[in-house]
Design a protein around this ligand. Structure first.
Ligand SMILES: Cc1cc2nc3c(=O)[nH]c(=O)nc-3n(C[C@H](O)[C@H](O)[C@H](O)COP(=O)(O)OP(=O)(O)OC[C@H]3O[C@@H](n4cnc5c(N)ncnc54)[C@H](O)[C@@H]3O)c2cc1C
Ligand SMILES: Cc1cc2nc3c(=O)[nH]c(=O)nc-3n(C[C@H](O)[C@H](O)[C@H](O)COP(=O)(O)O)c2cc1C
Length: 858
């Protein structure tokens, strides 16, 4: 093999490309265009005209990239695009439409044909019906081998030790079809059948055809009876016709008499492909061979084309091959991983779609559209304000039917509270009130427990007093103290406060009184016994404390040290556990006398009760260990005792770790069962956190990474939930609430950064209603001060105002299906469809592709 020292740039003369899919062809064309003297050979095992697959769909962003890189290809593609901006969500017999998205789609085979033609024009040697020679032979004879051989890449398998691939086969079955019904918009269909939920992802891609992918969770697919036809022998290229006909019958209401059209269509499972490395010596992976992203975010072809572009550019820009390949991977990996994170959230949402099929049509549509976390409340509002207004209004009117009320009806615990603007339009979801037990919260934002580690001898400090006061001033609907131990032994650190003496009770009463002078925000206190996490150091930057070598004796379910070398805790005996239960109850009574409104219980993060719940830390064989009912025993004993000691109308919020992020840990089903049991024993809401149960956890930190667990618990049980963890923008908070993923959103560190986070969020959203109350003395500062340059007034620079892009555009080709559906400028669009090739440059106007939204990061 040639090594990494081969000069690149225009000096990489001989390139072998395995696979003439979109990625391989686009790379070959661009690499040849940049250096025409190059000899580029592409091997493709299929014939030139073999037609597999149906449509591919692109977003505006990708089109910009393609437009810039190679205008002839872009012009040819543009001539064929079906374009629209609407997404229709068909659900429970209703349709909800959201506009402003901007899509372009075309026949996958036309895409290939255009790229084939471009390669031919530029002099790339594409050899059809010719399997590529073994990669070792190619690598020895060429300066560079580009493996663009698709999701089942043989090159990747041959060099698996170098690329270290990870193939994650997912849980749904899907079948890729077309139909001669021309949909007018991107169409999601979600139907609940007696066998389970079924979903369709459909979009038009020409004047005659739409892509139509039918997808089902494995269990529903089996129950629906698809296993038998899918198991029959079929030759290469043959379709599973009985399944196709069955789908046609099941979905007849959406097909309006049209057919489903198979093409080598069989039930398959999606495989997410990841590779630890994308290049090895002079072999590089590109497109699906390197990575895949679930089709529900429609970006596999886009990623393959972008890879081709980036690799061709890197070869041009770097003098050495190794440098070019490193630059290619460095540039593409973050983009791909971001798409894969969005795709992962999206595919998981569809895998568990049955969780949400109890939602109303508005909320379901919003939930579906924001499933990948890339599209948010603010983002959708900028695209189609009327759509978000309708969802907002349904959410605001939830007192008699929306999500929070649904939870309230089931448990009598939480419901949308009536208020002056509780049902009014134009109120951001985070500023909707909520009733929790007897308490009315003025908004949905919670300051979660945030320990200050400033206590001495278990007494709350001046800083605890200042922090609680600052958070009360900051406008959140509910503010918690940090963890407070029920006994000296139960303190996580020496600097944690407690509530087991009269002096501590008096000190907390004084803290509460001081906070009350600043505002009437409900105050919560979190009680804990830290279990084996007691007697630890104050946490460092990673947020985790480590057991002190010379700390006090600790107690846990089993004598397992937190980390190797740490002092092991003692396995608690029955009498000790009874003592812990009594300590919790006594502390709850003290908390009530101190004036707190809400009791938080720390049953997560590996503290004592959490350690009993998790199978990783509870190895007992007595009535507190073994099956989940046993592991739950301590939690239920504590909660029952606390409930008896704590006034009936005052809420109890229990924090759990719904996942341990380590093999063999708490499962999703167990998390749901735990929450059900806790609600049955008197918890009014579940604060759904994860992790910190074992030191060897591997946590996939990211924006809102714990939200799916709050969603799981809420929608599987109807119990009100608090979502927490890396939710730091009001846009994300609004999205979580409006989609019905949680009833409350806890914002932690962002409130340490800015204790007025909630009030500032109100100002930024132009909200000034009762959900956000500025402290009276600070009223003059209640709007954002003008920044530098605010007094600069821009002159008028346009003679005529720019025509606003229509929010709703539908695909209604002139000779396509009969019009009659909603269409704001159908006449103009019909013309556009025929003139797209001539005005590729004026694409923005033509398609309404104005950047309506701010960039979204994840
Ligand atoms: C159901 C479904 C729907 C999708 N919908 C969309 C969508 O709407 N939008 C979108 O952007 N993407 C979509 N995709 C993804 C898209 O199809 C792929 O991401 C894209 O085709 C990847 O391009 P590629 O060039 O990397 O690989 P491929 O298109 O898979 O091309 C690989 C080529 O390599 C050839 N090959 C393999 N091995 C050899 C060999 N040894 N010798 C010679 N030739 C070989 C194969 O024959 C094939 O032609 C969808 C995928 C699926 C499964
Ligand atoms: C300084 C600090 C102290 C914390 N103290 C506690 C605590 O006492 N009890 C608890 O359950 N969680 C505690 N947490 C975790 C937070 O309540 C919250 O779950 C976590 O910070 C994630 O939310 P965020 O990303 O919004 O900060 C603490 C976090 C921080 C940063």
């Amino acid at each position: 093999m040639s090594g990494g020292g081969v000069p690149a740039g225009s000096a990489v003369r001989r390139i072998a490309v395995i696979g003439a899919g979109p990625g391989g062809l686009y790379f070959a064309a661009l690499a040849k265009k940049l250096a025409p003297h190059r000899e580029i050979t592409v091997w493709e095992r299929d014939a030139r005209d073999d037609a597999y697959g149906f449509g591919v769909v692109f977003s505006d962003e990708t089109l910009d990239g393609i437009a810039g890189a190679d205008p002839p290809v872009f012009a040819a593609l543009s001539a064929e695009f079906a374009r629209w901006s609407d997404i229709d969500v068909r659900y429970a017999g209703q349709v909800r439409t959201c506009g402003g998205h901007g899509f372009a789609a075309l026949d996958r085979n036309r895409l290939r044909a255009i790229l084939q033609q471009r390669c031919a024009d530029l002099g790339v040697d594409v050899r059809y019906r010719t399997p590529a020679p073994p990669v070792t032979r190619l690598a020895a004879g060429y300066d560079l081998v580009v493996a663009a051989d698709g999701v089942r890449s043989a090159t990747r398998a041959a060099l698996a030790e170098a690329f270290r691939p990870e193939l994650d086969e997912r849980h749904c079955r899907y079948i890729w079809l077309a139909t001669d019904k021309v949909f007018e918009a991107f169409t999601f269909i979600v139907e609940q059948h007696d066998f389970g939920a079924l979903q369709v992802h459909a979009y038009p891609y020409s004047r005659r055809r739409s892509t139509f992918i039918v997808e089902m969770a494995e269990e529903a697919w089996r129950k629906a009876g698809f296993e038998e036809p899918a198991g029959r022998e079929t030759g290469r290229g043959e379709s599973d016709l009985p399944s196709v006909l069955r789908c046609e019958r099941l979905l007849a209401a959406h097909l309006d008499g049209h057919r489903l059209i198979p093409n080598a269509s069989r039930w398959i499972r999606f495989t997410t492909v990841r590779n630890a490395s994308w290049h090895h010596r002079n072999v590089v992976l590109l497109g699906d061979a390197a990575h895949t992203a679930h089709f529900s975010i429609g970006s596999g072809t886009k990623l393959a084309l972008e890879d081709g572009l980036a690799l061709a550019a890197a070869l041009h820009e770097h003098p050495l091959l190794e440098g070019a390949l490193v630059a290619y991977e460095r540039e593409r990996r973050p983009v791909v991983e971001s798409a894969q994170r969005a795709a992962q959230a999206s595919l998981e949402w569809f895998e568990t779609v049955g969780r949400h099929t109890g939602q109303g049509a508005e909320q379901f549509a919003f939930n579906l559209l924001t499933r990948s976390r890339r599209v948010t409340y603010g983002n959708l509002r900028a695209r189609d304000a009327a759509f978000v207004d309708a969802v907002d209004a349904a959410f605001g009117g939830a007192a008699d039917g929306g999500a929070a009320a649904r939870a309230g009806t089931a448990h009598g615990a939480a419901s949308a509270a009536g208020s002056p603007d509780g049902g009014a339009a134009g109120v951001p979801p985070m500023f909707r009130p909520l009733r929790l037990g007897r308490l009315r919260l003025r908004n949905r934002i919670v300051v979660p427990p945030l320990a200050t580690f400033t206590a001495v001898d278990g007494m709350p400090s001046g800083f605890d007093r200042a922090q609680l006061g600052a958070q009360v001033l900051g406008g959140a609907g509910l503010v918690f103290t940090g963890m407070t131990a029920v006994s000296a032994q139960g303190r996580a650190t020496e600097r944690c406060p407690g509530l087991w003496t009269d002096a501590q009770e008096a000190a907390w009463r004084s803290v509460v009184r001081a906070a009350r002078e600043l505002g009437d925000t409900p105050l919560g206190i979190q009680l804990t016994h830290a279990g084996r996490r007691a007697a630890s150091t104050v946490p460092g930057p990673d947020g985790i404390g480590h057991p002190l070598a010379d700390g006090w004796p600790t107690l846990a379910a089993s004598p397992l040290p937190w980390e190797p070398g740490a002092p092991p805790p003692r396995a608690a005996g029955a009498a000790e556990l009874a003592g812990v239960v009594a300590d919790f109850a006594a502390a709850a009574a003290r908390a009530d006398r101190a004036g707190f409104d809400v009791l938080g219980l720390q049953f997560g993060h590996g503290h004592l009760v959490s350690g009993f719940l998790s199978p990783l830390t509870n190895h007992r064989t007595d009535r507190y260990g073994g099956p989940l009912e046993h592991r739950l025993r301590l939690a239920l004993e504590v909660l029952t005792a606390v409930r008896a000691a704590w006034p009936a109308g005052k809420p109890i919020v229990v924090r759990i770790s719904a996942a341990d992020w380590a093999p063999g840990g708490t499962t999703e089903a167990e998390a749901v069962a735990i929450c059900r049991a806790l609600a049955g024993a008197g918890a009014d809401a579940l604060d759904v956190s994860t992790g910190e149960v074992v030191a060897h956890q591997e946590v996939p930190y990211g924006r809102g990474y714990q939200v799916p667990f709050a969603d799981l618990v809420r929608n599987a049980t109807g119990i009100p939930t608090v979502a927490v963890g890396a939710i730091s923008g009001h846009d994300d908070a609004n999205s979580v609430l409006l989609a019905g993923r949680a009833d409350l959103v806890a914002v932690g560190r962002a409130h340490l950064y800015d204790p007025l986070w909630t009030l500032h969020a109100a100002a930024e959203q132009g909200y000034a209603g009762p959900g956000a109350r500025w402290p009276e003395p600070w009223q003059p500062g209640s709007s954002r001060p003008p920044g530098p340059g605010a007094d600069r007034v821009a002159p008028r620079l346009r003679l005529l105002p720019e025509a606003a892009a229509p929010v709703h555009r539908r695909w209604l080709p002139a000779d396509g299906p009969a019009a009659g559906s909603r269409d704001e400028d159908a006449g103009r669009r019909d013309e556009d469809a025929g003139s797209q090739d001539q005005d590729a440059g004026s694409q923005d106007q033509d398609t309404g592709r104005k950047p309506r939204t701010e960039p979204v990061s994840d």
